[in-house]
Design a protein around this ligand. Sequence first.
Ligand code: SF4
Length: 355
Amino acid sequence: MFSKKAVYVGNLKLGGNAPVRVQTMLWRPLPDLDGNIRDLDMAIRYGAELIRVAFPDTSDFKYLKKLVEISKVPIVADIHYDPKLALLALEAGVSKLRWNPGTISRERIKDVIHQLVERKVPLRLGYNFGSIPTDRIRTGEHLEDAIIRIAMEDVQMLRDMGLEDIVISIKSSSPLETIRVNEKLARVFDGPIHIGVTEAGPLLQGTIYSASALGHLLLEGIGDTIRVSLSAEPWQEVQVAYEILCAVLGRCRGVRVISCPRCARSTGPVWEVAEEVKRRFGHISVPLTVAVMGCSVNGPGEASHADIGVAFGGPGMAVVFAGGRIVETFKYSTVEDIIEKISQYVAQIEEARKI
Ligand code: SF4
């Protein structure tokens, strides 16, 4: 979206005027092909546009190839240590390579670069604060400045070798450091930038860390592709990525839930229904807003901008409202009854918006 230069990852345009691309990474060892295919499908269902896979061993070649064959979105191979793995990944048909330049010597990459150029496959140089070779840092140099300088030296070297399709990421586990270094990078690098907070933590903490850094950068026009790095499932990373894009860029996907915190006026299971709505309808591709409000006195008015909402009334009673007006009153005895009612309206709206 924001970089001057664009690259193509398979058919997917990255940078230039393309939308910010959402990616995630599979976590199972490659021989667990069934598990990886399940995770891949689920992540794509939630909107992943690019899937990264670590390729740590030549014996995993057939599994990587299979994933490339069946995936509906481009596969990116993550390579450490061994350029032979990069060549094999290209043979498997991956659409992009990512390596951490700190782990592959510059002298050993000529064949890989040649193949990348031949096959028109881009390379992401993925720098992490924790893995910059100390011999490349000048005495007294600030680490952020050193990473930027090293990255631009690497880019120049690759361009001299004929490779133009380059993406850069510089990740830190600190949101503030991530913001600062990417602001500096965007001033000197004209290609696509991949942004993310590395090792951001489990779901809640990782979401907050990622949202604070990525939200800030995206509002500044920095970041052409994002990964929310969580100790959680790939589909959850994708879901959080879209929450961030929805919050800061208005690029929404799936159901947005508006739910009240509850107060003494509340008569129903707001929290449980809100969670279940998100879980059940989070993957749908049509953006729509569902409200779950604790009382039918204030709820419909407070959430009048929702496409559809439920609010609780007398014992076992709830109303469905749309545009701030009550359209149906119904009885429920379980959370599932309420979800069933909501799903009827969600299906109608989804159908209408698809056309
Ligand atoms: S919608 Fe009703 S229950 Fe929920 S916080 Fe507002 S007043 Fe309280």
